[in-house]
Design a protein around this ligand. Sequence first.
Ligand code: PGA
Length: 253
Amino acid sequence: MSRKKIVAGNWKMNKTIAEGLDLVAQIKTGLHEKNYQTEVIIAAPYLHLGVLTAQYPGDADFAFAAQNCHQENAGAYTGEVSASMLVAAGVSFVILGHSERRQYFGEDETLLAQKIKTALANGLKVIYCVGEPLEVREANTQNDWVKNQLKALDDLSAADMKNIIVAYEPIWAIGTGKTASSDQAQEMHVFIRRTISEMKGEAIASDLSILYGGSCNAQNAAELFARPDVDGGLIGGASLKAADFLTIIESRG
Ligand code: PGA
């Protein structure tokens, strides 16, 4: 992937299958009335994904993402879902390292590095999330924090990096209605690009798509996306309403 405009909706643990089908149908209709080049990704709960990919196989308007996957290919891991199952179900992307997975399910860089490798080896593209909690932002040490999280990408080859998208999601902005200012987002995206450049070289860094997430909505998306290093958004709450999600996609252009 070279650098792209991307808007991804993360439904988290919301919507029944019927509600999800209805939402995607509304998004599909709405997209045909909009003028945009943005790549649209919908991250639905596991249960919904097979139904959605069957309804919209190889769809030209959007691709589907899982919100997690296991680090092993198969085995005795009750309750888990593997990357190969997702690929076989027609899923193209997986979100890894979301702060809710880190916070509530104890996922750290070591585990996430394994998950990323397994996902890529199975042919999934990865949206890797990074972002600092409030106390880190208040201590002004967010760059060190995010740099450490980017270490999960250390072992990846240049070919692997083509299938990585990074999402910067400051935890203090997620679901709080408190968005990072466009200056704060731009500054951190530049820092992420510079760090990836140090790790992997300039060409890979300039090709990397970096999304902003954290209370990005129909009102503030245009200002965030106007910044040169904000390539798109990872949208939680506002992706649950077709009209808002469509406005955000249109704002990305
Ligand atoms: P939010 O969530 O847009 O509801 O803040 C973003 C995310 O967690 O991906």
